[in-house]
Design a protein around this ligand. Structure first.
Ligand SMILES: Cc1cc2nc3c(=O)[nH]c(=O)nc-3n(C[C@H](O)[C@H](O)[C@H](O)COP(=O)(O)OP(=O)(O)OC[C@H]3O[C@@H](n4cnc5c(N)ncnc54)[C@H](O)[C@@H]3O)c2cc1C
Length: 412
């Protein structure tokens, strides 16, 4: 019997395996695919130093009506999905009320603040410095009024949380990003954010580091998990694999497994789409085109264009209308060239309605641990919450109790 099974080899699971290995545990990492081939592949690759306040549900009636009427491009929804999402949306609404959101942001900012420092040694030891850029992240504006509103908010965030920001004029933006078409109003630049030109590749490089340090990875279905002889077992290709403890790090799939153990996790899956383009312009840093709520991120494969959030049933067919609109809008500000893939990639941001990842002991099962629900920032936060979870699993004390499943009223 080994020490720990880590179920799921996305950024969160691979980081967990590394942190537990560092703490002296024998770890078997389980995935039905290769490392970093799902959500941890499809994201914008930003290690976000600026994301100190997690996205609340908009509370203004005007914004809610605009979303309901599908007027903007930041949120889309499938009407058929709404009945099943009522509970998570209600919990999300409660957590988004200003006083509660402020409290959550305090915890969140504490995690975000250490994220680049937690990635740094892993990047170096995994030999992945060549795919990391330390050129920041831009929010780009086409007209003055939204730029000015964003300047006010960004300066407040920078002041309250002690992070760096700068405002770029139209000419400064053109100098920073020469492939953007002229005439944009300007940008907010967050210089402390990093980005990765191959997010799936970085996750794989971390998994290879875990293997090179003596770890073991097995292709198996985590859905076969069961409790046995005071430990946890998964059916592997060559027979059962058992450990004293198991960590569920299955990202958006985590609630499917935990339902069998009696946990009803109100995870809100915010779908996103992407597609790569080559042969046109490129960027020195990822950017949000604020007008179309579309992110453009330079990758090894080409310029990755990513959509905002879509609320749908997990198994609903893809409806990449936000990505289509975002691509049309992006081509007004940069030459995109030609699409690489015939169809867009689709995946899900695994969001807890209280906007904090779950990292800690399962409330009703000995030796079972939760580690998922990192929402919009799991690529950023994987190594950070992994270090916190490993500390709790080693010392029995939760360093950030707000992340513990037992302290979360939404699980009761
Ligand atoms: C469009 C988009 C853009 C984003 N941009 C950013 C960004 O710029 N920065 C950032 O920090 N975050 C970003 N995110 C969020 C980030 O990608 C996720 O929070 C993060 O990847 C979640 O990692 P994970 O390891 O929890 O999940 P995953 O990467 O999905 O890993 C889960 C793993 O579980 C495995 N699995 C599932 N079921 C089973 C089973 N039954 N048996 C075995 N294995 C199983 C899967 O194969 C997978 O490898 C973005 C997300 C999206 C969708």
């Amino acid at each position: 019997m080994t020490d720990v099974l880590v179920l799921g080899a996305g950024m969160v699971g691979v980081s967990t395996a590394l942190a537990l290995q560092e703490a002296g545990r024998d770890v078997v990492l389980i995935d039905r695919r290769g490392a970093g081939e799902e959500t941890s592949y499809g994201n914008a690759g930003v290690i976000q130093a600026e994301a100190v306040e997690p996205y609340p549900l908009p509370l203004s009636l005007k914004t809610l009506l605009s979303i309901a009427a599908k007027r903007g491009n930041d949120v889309n929804y499938h009407l058929s999905a709404l009945p099943s999402l009522l509970r998570p949306i209600w919990l999300y609404f409660q957590s988004s009320l200003p006083a509660r959101h402020k409290q959550i942001s305090k915890t969140y900012a504490g995690l975000i603040k250490r994220a680049t420092a937690d990635h740094a040694p892993l990047i170096t030891e995994a030999g992945a410095d060549n795919i990391i850029r330390k050129t920041g992240l831009r929010f780009v504006y086409r007209s003055e009024a939204p730029l000015e509103a964003s300047v006010r908010d960004s300066e407040r965030i920078a002041r309250e949380y002690g992070i760096e920001v700068s405002v770029e004029s139209s000419a400064e933006l053109a100098a920073s990003e020469p492939h953007l078409r002229p005439g944009l109003a300007g940008a907010i630049h967050w210089p402390q954010s990093w980005s990765c030109a191959d997010p799936g590749g970085l996750t794989k490089a971390y998994a290879d580091l875990f293997l090179s340090r003596g770890g073991c990875m097995v292709t198996a279905d985590a859905a076969s998990l069961y409790a046995q002889n005071g430990g946890w077992t998964v059916e592997g290709p060559e027979g059962p694999i058992s450990a004293r403890e198991a960590v569920v790090a299955l990202g958006p799939w985590s609630p499917l497994l935990l339902k069998r153990f009696g946990y009803d996790i109100p995870l809100l899956r915010k779908r996103g789409y992407h597609r790569h383009f080559t042969g046109g312009g490129t960027l020195n840093a990822p950017m949000l085109d604020a007008a179309s709520a579309t992110v453009l991120s330079p990758m090894l494969t080409g310029l990755r264009v990513l959509s905002g959030a879509e609320l749908s049933r997990f198994d609903a067919p893809p409806t990449p209308c936000q990505l289509s609109r975002g691509t049309r809008a992006a081509s007004q500000i940069i030459d995109l060239g030609k699409p690489v893939e015939a169809e867009p990639w689709v995946g899900n941001r695994p969001c807890m309605p209280d906007m904090l990842p779950l990292a800690g002991k399962a409330p009703r099962h000995e030796g079972l641990w939760f580690h998922f629900g990192h929402g919009h920032q799991g690529f950023t936060l994987g190594p950070t919450t992994a270090a916190l979870l490993a500390e709790e699993m080693t010392t029995g004390r939760a360093p950030v109790p707000e992340l513990s499943p037992s302290n979360r009223t939404l699980l009761s």
